[in-house]
Design a protein around this ligand. Structure first.
Ligand code: SF4
Length: 411
């Protein structure tokens, strides 16, 4: 057990968990496993493959579970999810209890079907505190599907992405708006979620899905007063951004993924060649700037996949986004089996702590948000939740020493 004055900083613990993953012991599974929300593999995979937990002070996290899904990583995690002598769920690190955790029950709508007969969890899953729905699993950069046929096959996908693999699993490729709204209604009525996050693969130009998203969002907003965040590929011109914000979208994300231009070209060939016309980020920047202006403060974000480039380059990307008034969201790389980067190493705790400290400082300096805590359960940026503290907690050198991490390695 932890002694007095030896509290384990939950903000630090979440970064370590996201880097190292977690093992789940049989006592935990036997006692509590039956009532839990199970990880489901949908969309690009990584963010729905962990186990959702809430740490102290309302810090959300979803560490990867060591095992079959990740054959090359998370093998020797020092973290174990188990129960204490009172059957309360705890995380142990190297045989000492470092934190009590709150678990998430199975959402009320799992196991039910929509009026069209579709299993509701094939439409959307609960992740953190929100409903996650990929409205269309086709992506223009893999090759686009029409009526179950792969057309325009081109292999220009982002190399970390597994959306084309989801097509071979049991997820639907295009989801019906009525089904989506029915599942959203069920999740809201069951108190399973606080808001909605939607995404999809990239749609064809010129609108790249803006009109389709806008139609769906208008339909949702006519029925529910729910906050909606979405990731989408930038359109060819600004008028599509107007359409999206005018539909009621609350936060729009254009994800540049990798800030280093050379690595961006290699890792995101489709985005570089077709969206940016071979000049890394030029079109993304234009659309991000416009969206930040159109939407107002903290209504536009961009994700950087953290762990695919140097930590200094990631931090430079954070500053670049903040300068445009764009919320930087640092999604931590989680390798998906079957993708080009399935064996790429995951970032170390030290790498993530470096990014965290800089993200905290830079976003505070620019007065830019760092993303919602519930949404950020697989991200570097997190806040203590429930609106208590809008600023991310500090991770001190003392916290690091308490965790057995040498502060000298976090520079
Ligand atoms: S744009 Fe890239 S990350 Fe997004 S779905 Fe297509 S391949 Fe995946």
């Amino acid at each position: 057990m932890l002694g007095n004055g030896e509290k384990y900083n939950p903000a630090l613990l979440r970064l370590e968990l996201l880097s190292r993953g977690i093992r789940v012991d049989q006592d935990f599974t036997r006692q509590l496993g039956g009532v839990l929300k199970e990880p489901l593999w949908t969309r690009t995979g990584p963010t729905s493959t962990g186990i959702d937990l809430k740490l102290e002070r309302g810090v959300y996290v979803s560490p990867a579970i060591e095992g079959d899904r990740f054959p090359y990583h998370y093998k020797d995690s020092p973290f174990l999810l188990t129960i204490d002598e009172n059957a309360l769920p705890v995380i142990m690190k190297d045989d000492r209890i470092v934190q009590y955790v709150t678990l998430f029950p199975r959402p009320s709508y799992y196991g039910k079907k929509t009026s069209n007969g579709t299993p509701m969890e094939q439409i959307g899953v609960v992740t953190g505190d929100f409903l996650a729905i990929a409205i269309d699993n086709r992506c223009w950069f893999w090759g686009y599907y029409q009526d179950d046929e792969l057309v325009n096959y081109k292999e220009k996908q982002c190399k970390f992405c597994g959306i084309g693999l989801s097509m071979k699993r049991d997820e639907l490729y295009r989801k019906d708006n009525d089904d989506i709204i029915e599942v959203l209604s069920a999740a809201l009525e069951g108190n399973d979620i606080k808001h909605l996050g939607i995404n999809a693969g990239t749609f064809p130009p010129p609108g790249r899905g803006h009109e389709e998203y806008a139609r769906l969002i208008s339909e949702i907003k006519a029925r529910h007063d729910v906050w909606i965040r979405l990731s989408i590929c930038p359109p060819e011109d600004e008028r599509y951004i107007d359409i999206l914000f005018d539909s009621g979208a609350d936060q729009v994300g254009y994800d540049i993924e990798v800030f280093d231009p050379k690595l961006y070209k290699e890792i995101c060939p489709g985005k570089n060649e077709e969206v940016d016309r071979g000049i890394p980020h030029q079109h993304f920047n234009r659309m991000l700037k416009y969206a930040a202006q159109k939407g107002g403060p903290n209504k536009t974000y961009s994700i950087l996949v953290t762990g695919l480039e140097s930590k200094e380059s990631t931090v430079a990307g954070v500053e670049h986004l903040c300068q445009m008034g764009v919320v930087p969201r640092l999604g931590i790389f989680r390798p998906i089996p079957g993708t080009h980067l399935e064996k790429h190493p995951v970032p170390s705790p030290e790498y993530l702590i470096y990014c965290y400290r800089n993200l905290r400082e830079i976003t505070m300096e620019y007065g830019v948000d760092s993303g919602c805590a519930g949404c950020g359960r697989t991200f570097v940026g997190t806040k203590e939740y429930d609106g208590v503290n809008p600023i991310m907690p500090e991770i001190s050198d003392e916290d690091l020493e308490n965790a057995g991490i040498d502060p000298a390695n976090v520079v």
